[in-house]
Design a protein. Sequence first.
Length: 584
Amino acid sequence: MQTTSYNINFILERVRSNVYVIPQFQRKFTWNSSQVKRLIDSIARNYPIGSLLTLAKSQEINLHSRAISACIMDEDGITQDIDNYEKEVQYVLDGQQRLTSIVRVFLDADLNNTYYFDLKKMYEAFEQEENDWIVRIRKPSGKSDSERKKDNKLIRADLVLNQAKTNMYISEYFEDSVDFLELASKENRTKRREVIAKIQGIFEVIRNYQLPVVVLDHDAPLESVCRVFETINSTGTKLTTFDLAVARFYPDPDLRDLWDNSRKQFDTLELFDVDGERVLQILALWEDRTKRSGSNSFSEVTRSKLLKIDKSFINDNWDVAVKVLVDTYGWARRLGATPTTLSNHAILVAIAASNIIYQHKMQSAFANPDSLLRKWYFNKIMPPVKFTATNYRISEDFRALCDFFEGGKPLEFKEVKLSKDTIKSINKPQDNRYKAIQSIISITAKEDLISGAALSLDDLEDHHIFPRSLKGRNKDELDSVVNRILISKKTNRELSNSHPKEYFRRLKEQATQNKTLNQAKERLKACFLPDNIESSNFVDQFDDSSFHNFLDTRADLIRARIKEILEDSLSDDISNIDDEDDES
């Protein structure tokens, strides 16, 4: 890695030589004129604007890319050949918006606009930290506009880099313009020179501005490049391995196009905000297992391995991998997973890849709601310990499933320590145990508790049964998963901060009047709530004085359901591990 600084002129020379290109995964140029003006104003004041991060092109790293989004002309006014790259190529990983803005302003390379510097406003307001001295004017039919406008008050921005011409234009304006007749007299000659020197000094700052550039070496390992992609980006946008793969494989296959079409075809991918990298992970496992058929050797799905999948394998098998991934998410949905309660997307990758290789066996497991696979799935997502690295975990889970379906090796079930008191103490939605418990409740709670309407995954909200505003109660207890339930958005709005004693009384009265007590009883049971709705003391169970009894009763009901699923892998021992994980 090298860190250096270049002045504006040198940067623009490299742009003219097509040294800097934009990787395909990068978003398009999006800055508006206000953002461009703020950037140029900062340069004129010698303020830091951040650095460019570039990656040298090499045989190992050869990304599909595009030219900077600017209409760059040569000295004869002819558009440059953007495909005529020089030997040296630098991919701009971070700083595209800033670099493109600089190019558009100082090479007059904006297709629709020309930027001018207002000499009068620079003299009058520059010291007041205003940037209205930078003026944008619509280009006539996309052609280059004149060098000066409005009686020479405006100088085209790209001329600033020509010191001799700029100095002449500045002198002419302040000596001849009617805007500054007072400076034309011999008595004010010194003042005129000071004004001219001031403006020339601002332009000199622009010409000499040093832009930091961090260059990743051409022999940088792909793993290192991916780490940089994920951690360094001034816009706050996380660049993923899939983004790098898009540029790596384009145009055959065009992963972005494939993924966009897949998301349009399957709303599950959109609903769960699935990353395209999941499909690549499935393909990598599948390809590796095909090559190692009959072997006990498995390869980890590292980032670099995803970038080395055979292109023809991707083209031939993309649709299959996507369809199986969607089917696997559908299976997880039947196990109560929602976009907010699915704590571990990675495990679904291993299951999906196994579904391709052991299709008949996996389909049987998918069809059986009480299958061993379900027990294994919840056993994997329930423990509170932090997960290992995602790539390693996917590979290990895939190996376990292959050994099970191919070699008959029993699946491993680790002890899950979850007592009633532990369940009551789980109160953070990002805790994977919280998510797993909500999923388990959702397996049976298919209807809204109050309205009885079918619940939709995109219409769920997490509701406090006893309201969080309840006075005299511990907030941790009120936030407990035991005091929470997923209901429809409409019902949640209607209940708001209502006390449960009030709305459970209404539920009983309406069910009695409509003769739907049995249906209400089933919904209560499905939500692991006291279901003795026909009893005279049903409503009293939701009185303030019964709060702790309610928590105990519901925790017992929830734990009994977990026991049905995890069987002997569930332990009453209290774990001292309280790590949390929101792996996605």
